[in-house]
Design a protein around this ligand. Structure first.
Ligand code: KIV
Length: 272
């Protein structure tokens, strides 16, 4: 069922909670640079995530672990300069919040001060509860992230669906309630069974945004480079590709090379 959309000139954490209350689904995409963020924001996407997936997508690392706080701040500040409407959420990278709550707060403050982002996202449940609380006490909005948490990939061993077993599903539900109680404004659920994700979304009053978590949640997020088909080796079931830019760009680049070699480019009209 589609719901009449209320206009939000500027999306805030409060607007997202309103959207959930009104049954309006939330759209979220990643961006790591000014040009992409400008297009994503102009298209009316509600939330832009400066994800630590920049580590894979922008830097070519195998995991999200290597990206640093300084690099996240660089990406986030480029994104923030492009935005008129969307809420900008910035991932706290691996190693910037796990050791203790004071360090977590210092990292979150650096992101807010130096990038101008509007909120931070961090992976994990009760293990990071004290850090989440400390950041929230400083007035910084926090989004949680449960299910497949890529910063713990070496603990999981694979990127397969999480929380299929009762015990892990139970902990995930408890963690979601804890995140809501602590004061988080939203939760990302990554790659878990759709039925479990729907139960979680129904059990909390804050928005639950899914990636590979089915249709029963309050919104969806995808990595932009995957959904526009700039990447082409990553093909999980949950990924809908809206374009095939890998092919289009490859064709454009090889045409350009051919035009230079043949002397077709530049033409008389393309010079002074
Ligand atoms: O870093 C990221 O892009 C993310 C999304 C996959 C939710 O955390």
């Amino acid at each position: 069922m589609s719901v009449a959309k209320k206009e939000y000139k500027r999306v805030t954490v409060k607007s997202l909670i309103d959207m959930k209350t009104n049954g309006e689904k939330i759209s979220m995409l990643t961006a790591y640079d000014y040009t992409m963020a400008k297009i994503v924001d102009g298209a009316g996407i509600d939330v832009i995530l400066v994800g630590d997936s920049a580590s894979n997508v922008m830097a070519g690392h195998e995991t999200t672990l290597p990206i640093t706080l300084d690099q996240m701040i660089y990406h986030a500040s480029s994104v923030v300069r492009a935005i008129d409407r969307a809420l900008v959420v910035v991932d706290l990278p691996f190693g910037s919040y796990q050791s203790d709550p004071k360090e977590a707060l210092r990292s979150a403050i650096r992101i807010m001060k130096e990038s101008g982002g509007h909120a931070v996202k961090m992976e994990g449940g009760k293990e990071v509860k004290e850090s989440i609380k400390r950041i929230l006490h400083a007035g910084i909005p926090v989004m949680g992230h449960l299910g497949l948490t890529p910063q713990s990939i070496y603990k999981f061993g694979t990127y397969s669906v999480r929380a299929k077993e009762e015990q892990e599903a139970k902990k995930l539900k408890q963690d979601a309630l804890m995140l809501e109680k602590a004061g988080c404004f939203g939760i990302v659920l990554e790659k878990i069974p759709a039925k479990l994700a729907m139960e979680v979304a129904k059990s909390v009053s804050i928005p639950v945004i899914g990636i590979g978590a089915g249709s029963g949640v309050d919104g969806q997020v995808l990595v932009t480079h995957d959904m526009i088909g700039m990447t082409h080796e990553f093909n999980p079931r949950f990924l809908r590709r809206y374009m095939n830019l890998y092919e289009d760009m490859t064709n454009a680049f090889s045409q350009y090379a051919e035009d230079i070699k043949s002397g077709d480019f530049p033409s008389d009209k393309e010079q002074y």
